[in-house]
Design a protein around this ligand. Structure first.
Ligand SMILES: Nc1ncnc2c1ncn2[C@@H]1O[C@H](COP(=O)(O)OP(=O)(O)OP(=O)(O)O)[C@@H](O)[C@H]1O
Ligand SMILES: [Mg+2]
Length: 359
């Protein structure tokens, strides 16, 4: 099972449209697909025909990702009535809003990952539609994801938001979940005749280079019609629908290829260690933990590494045996290692002398 989030930190740029387009491509390709509707507006659930009263939704899953609750929050999409295939949706709920706090804890952001691990064998692909912010819900989605696709319109604010999203993904990857990677940025609602759009598209190209998807999605009324009818774009009539379907096929192919990229074994190890450590730090605030990451460069442990430059006096300080080179450890691991060390009081005279030498 591979997990792809569709995000942007700006509203209305087409996250849900792209998530549904990719779901349609996956459905047409015969992949067992689950769409997780993490946006409290529930547009993805609507687009997949999951309308009505549901006893359990994604809000219950985020509250308690137990096996039964996860299963009861998932229903079949009505898309399956039009064409055979396997496409389900984890129902969205306005109640999910309560989890969209600006300061989620580590425990909060691992909830969806835990839920998806219970249905790992049931799906080939999970697509997560996220709300337009960097709060708890989007980060919960990212922590559960292998890849994130950023959607951007060719407009100034959207370009800025795409850049912020890419940075936020990188921050989370470094600090918490090494398996996470940006798939790239895709331009949506492009009007090739518009000078402004052409200019912004070029700007996105310069900014993101190989991280900009080679295909882009044009502004097409067909998309809105198919969405309004809760039908997959791949079964919608007309040339524009065929053209759009092809574009979503290509983006899906890029995602599937990216999932197959060799996974760095060291990363895998780090991944396991990190998830263990983040369990220890469950109650901690996510941002506080990520902030530690940026302190890594001048980490307190760095000062304890045996000095390898023999031209300098090493002094009477016994080098501390560290399990690993701190520069290769995450901030959380450094903290853990630091906490496990027993410090002898430093030799005060030697420290004083060294200070004098430096002065
Ligand atoms: N390529 C397109 N051509 C025409 N209409 C589009 C296109 N992409 C999106 N739209 C329309 O724009 C509106 C917003 O799109 P969508 O709901 O996908 O954005 P969103 O980023 O998910 O919004 P939100 O931030 O509210 O979740 C919808 O009415 C959708 O049908
Ligand atoms: Mg949306």
């Amino acid at each position: 099972m591979h997990v792809l989030s569709v995000s942007s930190l700006k509203g209305g740029v087409g996250k849900t449209t792209v998530a549904l387009g990719l779901a349609s491509a996956a459905f047409a390709r015969g992949l067992r697909t689950l769409v997780v509707d993490l946006d409290p507006q529930c547009d993805a659930s609507t687009g997949l025909g999951a309308i009505g009263e549901f006893r359990e939704t994604v809000a219950d899953v985020l509250q308690n990702p137990k096996h039964n609750i996860v299963h009861r929050s998932i229903v079949s999409s009505t898309w399956g009535k039009v064409q055979s295939g396997h496409i389900d949706v984890m129902i969205g709920s306005p109640r999910a809003l309560q989890f969209d706090t600006p300061n989620p804890t580590i425990r909060d952001v691992w909830k969806l990952e835990e839920a998806l691990s219970r249905i790992e064998k049931d799906y080939d692909l999970v697509i997560i539609d996220t709300p337009p912010s960097i709060n708890g819900l989007t980060r919960t989605a990212w922590v559960a994801s292998d890849r994130v696709l950023i959607v951007s319109e060719p407009s100034i604010f959207s370009v800025v938001a795409a850049d912020r999203a890419m940075r936020a993904i990188e921050e989370l990857r470094k600090g918490l979940t090494p398996r996470l990677q940006a798939l790239g940025v895709v331009i949506n609602r492009m009007r090739p005749q518009s000078k402004e759009h052409t200019y912004r598209a070029q700007e996105l190209q310069d900014m993101f280079k190989e991280n900009l998807m080679t295909v882009l999605i044009e502004e097409r009324a067909t998309i809105q019609q198919a969405q309004g009818a809760a039908r997959p774009i791949h079964t919608w009539p007309g040339d524009h629908a065929i053209e759009l379907a092809k574009i979503f096929d290509e983006i899906l192919a890029a995602a599937l290829a990216s999932f197959q990229e060799p996974y760095d074994k060291n990363r895998g190890k780090q991944d396991k260690r990190m998830s263990r450590i983040s369990k220890i730090m469950r109650g901690q605030n996510l941002d506080a933990v990520l902030e530690l990451e940026s302190l890594q460069a001048d980490s307190p442990l760095q000062a304890l590494v045996p000095n390898t430059d023999t031209s300098l006096p090493t002094g009477p300080v016994t080098p501390v045996q560290l399990p690993l080179d701190p520069s290769k450890m995450s901030a959380i691991e450094q903290l853990e290692a630091l906490a496990s060390l027993n410090f002898e009081p430093a030799d005060a005279t030697w420290l004083e002398e060294n200070k004098k030498d430096e002065g």
